[in-house]
Design a protein. Structure first.
Length: 356
């Protein structure tokens, strides 16, 4: 092999290099270039760059497929009152190796039935490992000045809404926007829908003379001991929302009896003489419909020991109903206490029982 190589180069020297030195220079230059390229290829193949944690001067790398901000937004209630608002819990963490700056959480509704009214009452978690003063509110936006790398925490805010339409379901979302390593990152977060509590008003009124001046009652006024005086009771419901299984109940006190006169257009009316309880049941209440009402007559026969008193015609007036949307029970006392006469007559003393 060596003889062959020696013979090859000897023949090449005799044919080219001795006749013209430029052939030798050209071959030598090409050989050097090939060797340098081979060395460079070996160096590149062997190179292993260090990670972002390799030293203090290494710049962290931002992976756009895995944003550093972890954010959970959870309403504390599924059913809210517009006056009370919704408590929103925020759990956040910076999973990156660089600080998150100027984080903005912008809240907005998804339809025209509701609009965001205000955000109030920041309550950071006691173990929050960022500056609590760095969280501020500007209109419908929550601002975090800075969340250091690895920092995490929790906070609560109160969110209030305005109703703009007839719906009772609030669809809303939050948009996040922040800066990290000189880049702006944005994302959208869909929030669980909120249902608005239904409102129901049930009133009770008693009249001897109607507000229009018509005489409804029979008997002496003011009431006389031992003589019957009849009054009309009006139970009325009013609501913008749908309900089912409405029950209105009351008890007749001693000295008051139910007559056979009544007006009932919707529902079922029952009276138990043993317990002296009145019950009005309505299976369905349609919101925004004309009010539902029950009118019935009661008879008061005062006794001697009731002279000078204004006597109640009904006791323990209560109502119960189920919200058709949420399934929650709504209950309460009737809005006006029913006594022998309307309030204007009470103030004038005409409701007091007299002896003659």
């Amino acid at each position: 092999m060596l003889k062959l190589i020696h013979r090859y180069f000897r023949g090449r020297f005799e044919r080219f290099y001795f006749k013209n030195h430029w052939h030798f220079v050209l071959d030598l230059s090409l050989t050097i270039i090939v060797i340098c390229l081979a060395i460079g290829l070996i160096v590149l193949y062997s190179y292993r760059p260090g990670s972002s944690s390799g030293g203090p001067n290494v710049r962290p790398v931002l992976d756009l497929n895995n944003p550093p901000l972890s954010l959970e937004l959870t309403p504390a209630e599924g059913v809210i009152s517009l006056n009370d608002g919704s408590t929103l819990k925020m759990v956040f963490k910076n999973n990156g190796s660089a600080a998150i700056n100027d984080l903005k959480l912008i809240f907005e509704t998804s339809d025209n039935n509701f609009s965001l009214k205000k955000i109030t009452d920041i309550k950071p978690d006691a173990g929050l490992n960022i500056d609590n003063q760095a969280i501020t509110i500007n209109n419908q936006t929550i601002n975090f000045a800075k969340i250091p790398a690895g920092a995490s925490g929790e906070a609560e805010v109160k969110v209030y809404f305005n109703s703009k339409g007839e719906g009772r379901v609030i669809n809303w979302r939050a948009r996040s926007e922040y800066s990290v390593l000189g880049q702006i990152l944005e994302s959208s977060i869909s929030l669980p829908a909120l249902k608005v509590k239904a409102e129901l008003s049930v009133t009770s009124e008693a009249y001897y003379t109607s507000p229009q001046g018509d005489q409804l009652g029979i008997g002496p006024l003011p009431p006389l001991v031992g003589i019957p005086t009849n009054y009309w009771i009006f139970w009325k419901t009013q609501s913008l929302d749908n309900f089912k299984n409405l029950i209105v109940s009351a008890r007749l006190p001693k000295g008051v009896e139910l007559t056979d006169s009544r007006s009932l257009l919707v529902g079922e009316f029952n009276y138990n003489p043993d317990t002296r309880q009145l019950i009005w049941k309505v299976s369905e209440l349609a919101g925004r419909a004309d009010s539902y009402h029950l009118d019935f007559e009661v008879q008061l026969i005062p006794t001697a020991n009731q002279v000078g008193q204004v006597l109640p015609l009904l006791n323990n007036q209560q109502y119960y109903a189920t919200d058709s949307l949420t399934g929650e029970e709504v209950s309460g006392a009737l809005d006006k206490s029913t006594t022998a006469l309307d309030q204007d007559r009470f103030n004038s003393g005409q409701g007091q029982v007299v002896s003659e």
